[in-house]
Structures are given as C-alpha cells and as structure tokens.
Write a protein that binds this ligand. Structure first.
Ligand code: 5GP
Length: 192
C-alpha cells in the first residue's frame, strides 16, 4: 500500500517478554529524540522509577474501560493475564500527520491488531540471541515472582513462533546495534 504524502511511516516493535523492547525503546528515546514513541496506558502498578506519563499512563480499570468504550485506543490487550495495556489513538494520528517518525512498543496481540487497522506500518520483531539468553534476562531483571516469570516464559514461547508474521527481524545482541538497525529502518541516520 502506498504511503500517504506528508504522513510518516509507523514502526511497530514487538517481541517476546524480556527481549529488551523497553530498553531499546528507551535508547531510541535518548539518542534519537526526533522519533516519537507512544506512551501506552496500562492498568498495572508502576515499578520503582517509572513515571506516569513518561513510561506509561497508569490508569484504573474504570478509566481503561472508558478508553476502550470511547474507541480511544488503537489497540489493547491483556498481557501475561495480568494487566491491560493499550495505545492511545489520538497521539499516534497526530505524530504521523505531523510527519514525525513514530514507534509503538507493544506485545504481539497488539501488533496483530495494528496490522488489521494500519497494514502500511512496518512490523519489526525483536528477537533474543537465544532462548537461554531470554531466560537469563528474565531472571536477571528480578522484578517478577516465580509464578509470574513462568507465565511470561510460556507467553514468550508462543511469541517467538510469531516471527514470520513480521516484516523484519532484529536480533537484540547489543542494545546500541539494535537501536541503529531500527532507526536505519525508519530512514534515520546513525547517531552523530
Ligand atoms: P511491562 O509490564 O514489562 O512494562 O510490559 C509488559 C508487556 O506489555 C510488554 O511485552 C510490552 O511490550 C507490552 N505493552 C506495553 N504497552 C503496550 C500497549 O500499549 N499495547 C500492547 N498490546 N502491549 C503493550
């Protein structure tokens, strides 16, 4: 599908839990401020250091329901059977209309929904160098309970199988390399 003039292309970054999507997105935010990155709404509680409106918009179940009912979300999903996450639609539309390179960092279910509504987006799968490395990163993060970790690993196994649905795969060996691959795909040069 041809891109609409004046509109930039949306990049959707997805991949299994703990592959480092959040770290890659944070590095893009830091080194490429010209990229607009969506701030998702979520019903989960903030982790230490997370700031409302920066990392997520932390909302109540009732507020999330309202956002869903009033079609404010481009996509949303219950992730790891634990909390709901969704992409506010308005800011994405505005960023694209302003010609800004825009990125969503979302889970696989969300990526599939965006594929339905915005098939012209570029779908990027971020993959760990190996399964063992993924497990190591998930354990190393130390933010989840044992039960939560097992649930996330079960999800990750299914998510890894979805690679072929994506336009491009980036292997997250080193964060800065993954970031440069990503911004190059977005038509932006490497950091000067
Ligand atoms: P975390 O709780 O570790 O920040 O994120 C858990 C998962 O939710 C990650 O896989 C992340 O990509 C996904 N996620 C974050 N924001 C969104 C969103 O707006 N929509 C969807 N579908 N998934 C999201």
């Amino acid at each position: 599908m041809p891109e609409q003039p004046g509109r930039s292309r949306l990049v959707v970054l997805a991949g299994p839990t703990a592959v480092g999507k959040g770290t890659v997105a944070a590095a893009v935010r830091e080194h490429h401020p010209e990229v607009w990155i969506s701030v998702s709404a979520t019903t989960r509680a903030p982790r230490p250091g997370e700031v409302d409106g920066v990392h997520y918009r932390f909302v109540s179940d009732e507020e999330f329901d309202r956002m869903v009912d009033s079609s404010q979300l481009l996509e949303w999903a219950t992730v790891h059977r634990a909390a709901r996450y969704g992409t506010p639609r308005g800011p994405v539309e505005e960023a694209l209309a302003a010609g800004r390179p825009a990125m969503l960092e979302i889970d696989l279910q969300g990526a599939r929904q965006v594929r339905e509504s915005m098939p012209e987006a570029l779908f990027v799968f971020l993959k760990p160098p190996s399964w063992d490395e993924l497990v190591r990163r998930l354990v190393g993060r130390g933010t989840e309970t044992e039960a939560e970790r097992e649930r996330r690993l079960a999800t990750a196994r299914d998510e890894l199988a979805a690679e072929e649905e994506f336009d491009v795969t980036i292997v997250n060996r080193e964060v800065h390399e993954a970031v440069e691959e990503l911004v190059t795909l977005m038509g932006l040069g490497p950091e000067s």
